[in-house]
Design a protein around this ligand. Structure first.
Ligand code: AHR
Length: 513
């Protein structure tokens, strides 16, 4: 019944869109638009499976080429991506992590069982110094996720002091461990998923905990902390409401987590049909509604917009690859993931008046990764390419676009758009477009307020082959490359318009001057 009704509504909405040709007005002259903070293109790295070990860190004595223990190939790939911010050490892991275990001589670091993620033994060889030095080397802003669930106020307070203070016992300890100068650390998360793996708390109880922990996270020697409260998951609007009502000060951001997952049947990352694909897109773009609803609550309690919303975990979540540890969440990444990334980023770009950060889960070897590694091999995933193509939006001014309301209904009854677009103005005007259709090209007529383009160029990401096979395309070890960006030329400029033809299941970024 639900499906019949939504199908009917969507049919009414579609109109001209079904003809395969649409007009999109681009308001490049609109004033007062928010900047798209670069942090929207943030990442997340957790001690989970092979994200840290093998993924980022192989150790100085590894046969895998490395720079002081960090994989050289990953460092180079991440540099091109322009990662603005990296959240660490979890996730659920963060609330079991005791930072003092991860400093000092390697031989003295205790080993712990990573009980959240497969019971793997964690030897703490990647700790505070290794993480902050990695960020410093790559110009990434670190985002520390603090332990509230099984830690103490004192432990977190001392961590902040150890990282950022110039003097005192913690600074002396840091210097003895090889780092004289404090690091700059801006983002500090007070717990993670405190409603679940982070302590099973009620929002009322957590609000009080937040205030206790936050007050003792001090600003030392010119370092200014941006404190983030552990936020809701998905549709838990009550959590946001209670937090916003109870925590009025000493807070800069409230987090939110949203995964594209069907908990009843996650499904394979690479083997799926068109129905599965559209269902995944439907779930992915529901984030639009979820963000709007959380923002509406925040607007009610904080009309001046002092507290930011940070989507500090998002991405696709499928079955692990056959033969891998079920607790390690290692999944492949196809053109379907690229489509989810593109459509999600286009959505985030439009909510940046309140949404100030998003961290895809995760950087390497876990869930919707940018990078996969095996021994000394590295794979750049389709999601990596979307993030690289879209990084032109970082810190650019958002440009409103009028896209026809052309919802299609997925077999599970969720609505996804026939066309996804966002735009921004930095050194040039950039427009990112995604045509999700498995089999239909889409012609888009971009019409500018006043701009008569003199030079247009573009890049396209598209799979190999036709139909669903193209969507299933992915890159793999042994040099298998089915998805890689290529120059895009299928457009025509006339006066104030650029007419673009998007092939089925494609992502395009245009530069217009
Ligand atoms: O990213 C994997 C896990 O998903 C994180 O550890 C947790 O915060 C979330 O539930």
């Amino acid at each position: 019944m639900r499906r019949t009704l939504t199908t009917l509504i969507a049919a009414l909405l579609t109109g001209a869109a079904l003809s395969g040709q649409v007009k999109v007005a681009v308001h490049e002259n609109a004033t007062g638009q928010p900047v798209i903070p670069k942090e929207i293109y943030g990442q997340f790295a957790e001690h989970l499976g092979r994200c840290i070990y093998d993924g980022i860190w192989v150790g100085k004595d590894s046969p895998v080429p490395n720079i002081d223990g960090y994989r050289k190939d990953l460092v180079e790939a991440i540099r091109d991506l322009k990662v603005p911010v990296l959240r660490w050490p979890g996730g659920c892991f963060a609330d079991e992590y005791h930072w003092m275990d991860g400093i000092g001589p390697l031989k003295d670091r205790p080993k712990m069982i990573n009980s959240n993620w497969g019971g793997t033994v964690e030897d703490n060889s990647f700790g505070t110094h290794e993480f902050l030095n990695f960020c410093e080397m790559l110009g990434i802003e670190p985002y520390i996720s603090g332990n509230v669930g099984s830690g103490s106020v004192e432990e977190l307070a001392k961590w902040v002091e150890y990282m950022t203070a110039e003097g005192g016992t913690m600074a002396e300890k840091r210097a003895a461990n090889g780092r004289e100068k404090p690091w700059k650390v801006k983002y500090i998360g007070i717990g993670n998923e405190s409603w679940g793996c982070g302590g099973n708390m009620t929002p009322e109880f957590y609000s009080d905990q937040y205030k206790r922990y936050a007050i003792y996270c001090r600003n030392y020697d010119g370092n200014r902390l941006y404190k983030v409260a552990s936020g809701a998951s998905d549709y838990d609007y009550n959590w946001t409401k209670v937090l916003m009502r109870n925590v009025k000060s000493d807070i800069s951001g409230l987090s939110l987590h949203y995964y594209t997952v069907d908990w009843n049947k996650k499904g394979s990352a690479t083997e799926f049909n068109a129905d599965d694909y559209y269902n995944v897109l439907g779930k992915a773009v529901e984030i639009d509604e979820v963000i709007k609803n959380h923002i509406a609550i925040m607007d009610l309690y904080d009309p001046r917009g002092r507290i930011d919303l940070l989507l500090d975990e998002w991405g696709t979540w499928f079955d692990v690859e056959p033969g891998t540890n079920p607790g390690h969440l290692y999944q492949q990444n196809t053109m379907r993931d690229a489509m989810v990334a593109a459509m999600s980023l286009n959505i985030f770009n439009k909510h940046t008046a309140r949404l100030k950060m998003a961290n895809i889960a995760q950087m390497v070897n876990v869930l919707q990764s940018m990078i996969l590694t095996k021994g000394s091999e590295i794979v750049l995933t389709p999601t990596y390419h979307v993030f690289r193509m879209f990084n032109v939006h970082q810190d650019a001014v958002s440009v409103p676009v009028d896209v026809p309301d052309d919802g299609q209904v997925s077999p599970s009854g969720r609505i996804y758009p026939e066309l996804s677009v966002s735009a921004s103005k930095g050194e040039a005007l950039h427009i990112s477009l995604a045509n999700p259709s498995v089999d239909k090209p889409k012609t888009v007529e971009l019409e500018f307020d006043a701009l008569k383009p003199k030079a247009v160029s573009g890049e396209i990401l598209v799979g190999k082959g036709k139909g669903i096979e193209a969507v299933k395309s992915h890159n793999d070890y042994d040099g298998k490359v089915e998805v890689a960006p290529a120059p895009f030329k299928d457009f025509k400029t006339t006066g104030k318009t650029v007419k673009v033809t998007l092939p089925p299941a494609s992502v395009v970024v245009l530069e217009v001057k």
